[in-house]
Ligand binder design. Sequence first.
Ligand code: PMP
Length: 404
Amino acid sequence: MLDIQHIRKDFPILNRIVNGKPLIYFDNAATSQTPQHVIDVIVDYYSNYNANIHRGVHSLSQEATDAYEQARIKIQKHFNAKESHEIIFTSGTTDSINLVANGFSSLLKREDEIIVSALEHHSNIVPWQMLCERTGASLKVIPMNENGELMLSAFDALLNDSTKLVFVNHISNALGTINPIEYIIEKAHKVGAAVLVDGAQSCPHIKPDVQALDVDFYVCSAHKLCGPTGVGMLYGKEDWLNKLPPYQGGGEMIAEVSFEKTTYASLPHKFEAGTPNICGGIAFGVAIDYMNSIGFDNIAKYEHELLEYATEQLQKIEGLKIYGTAKEKTSVISFNVGNIHPYDIGTILDKMGIAVRTGHHCAQPIMDFYNIPGTVRASFMFYNTKKEIDTFIVALKKAVMMLS
Ligand code: PMP
């Protein structure tokens, strides 16, 4: 069992007073909070060994290089990638997806098809639309049902010999649905298509095994799992990463440069042009250590309790509708109350120290499906408590009364 009160002490921000009330942070699906362990590593880096990596002979540069490459190995082990050079540091999920989409520009033909799901974040829609514009390939969409689940028979029907790529998130940020990625990967591979899984929302709740999944690309952002913003990773199977051309040109990603011809560095450096977010990468590794010290099974079990408890309490509020009632779901609850605009509810909750997200959550097609402008979204992490949920429910009832 998790000792939540003990865990909460790791997060200094949870002591904040916001608008005169103790902070209740339920906006974890947008970004998670940062434990002292990770903050300490950031301070230590800039206090003691800040230096550029890979090309320095001096001690600081070597220390920074070692720590950065150790972080890559931690990430490799965490996701169970076969090789550490299959882990590419990026600035986050969006950057990772754009890297792959850019690479496929030279691999796709006009008659090819790519498939996305109806449950995607804009960052897993727009880069593929841009790819289609560049190549002439067409974009197909796996539809969703009223519960916020993907319709797998429709997915089966979309697959054919022209399908070259399939993109799906592991967990929907707007609804919390856990998608059946194992099924999707298996079926896509049968027609020879590659699969990219957007793990931005799954990485704080699930420990994926990329080899067991046999997934071609898996991407995530450190800030969703207690790490800093501005850093993330792309896992790609070595064969795929070798096939894709470099994303950006610059220092670090070359073998040799002359005005006649430049040759590229081997993996992972081929995709890591310029000075990276060195401190961020190191802190990403420490965030993964921190999450593992708590244990992903413990995290999933406790967060599921929070999800069930909050769902039960919310369903008692008259006129409240929860969007996304999939059987396989993580600790994200999207809802509206009657015709009250989500923004109004969010603003009043903020006055009571409660942080929730309101709006379309960068998933406008989902909002269009439900014919709503947006939702209020409460999303929980392992450091949240049932007591916080109780306070939130009381505050929400007050907000609804004021706005009705
Ligand atoms: N995909 C999903 C499912 C997300 O939740 C997010 C972040 N909200 C992203 C992609 C984009 O992540 P980032 O902004 O860190 O690049």
